[in-house]
Unconditional design. Sequence first.
Length: 250
Amino acid sequence: MSNTYDIRRGGERFATKIDWLDSKHSFSFGQHYDAGNTHHGLLLVNNDDVVAPGMGFETHPHRDMEIVTWVLDGALVHQDSMGHSGIIHPGLAQRMSAGTGILHSEKNDAWRLGGPSSPEHTNPVHFVQMWVIPDEARIEPGYEQLDITAELERGGLVPVASGRSEHESAIRIKQKDATLFAARLAPGESVDVPAAPWVHLYVARGGVVLEGAGRLDTGDAVRLTAADGQRLTALDVPAEVLVWEMASSL
């Protein structure tokens, strides 16, 4: 397998925009379907969502999916049918294993659960939600969250969610061939993208240059095949990137 770069510009993504939601979809999602754009490696969903204050996704079902949520700004409330509830904020990684079936809601009303905002909370919440296929179907549903702010502040690529045993500091996903990394890069700071059969690099904010692919701005993504450790460098403003390293594909 030879190294390839498939660059997807932020402005080319599917979009869903209604009064309370501005959502950009990197892959086919909901009513947006393209048979040639359904996944990369094990990653099926990479949705970049902005939800208005006091609004959100009402209770809805999921099954047989590992769902990771990463908040960029604001606070998102999670509640599910297994009795889990939590407020997800920047630096806190969250995973939900849908397994045999789970119901959950996600809303921008953190003050209701004693979160950092007052009842006059008026800020949108901005987050990226990512779905990967689990190792096996029909597992028991589960939930986990973990604050990794300190690790992010130390710099470099930080494991956020992983099915690999060596990533003890990350939340666990039921997929041994996938790991999500995040990095907050200062201007001019560089990291090496993991060498792996499949890599998905998403620029959540800022601007970067990827060796071999050139400049990438907020919302841009690169789907790498047979990635061999390319250098990634932030431009003249801070950048935040999300990188999936995957050893297998659908």
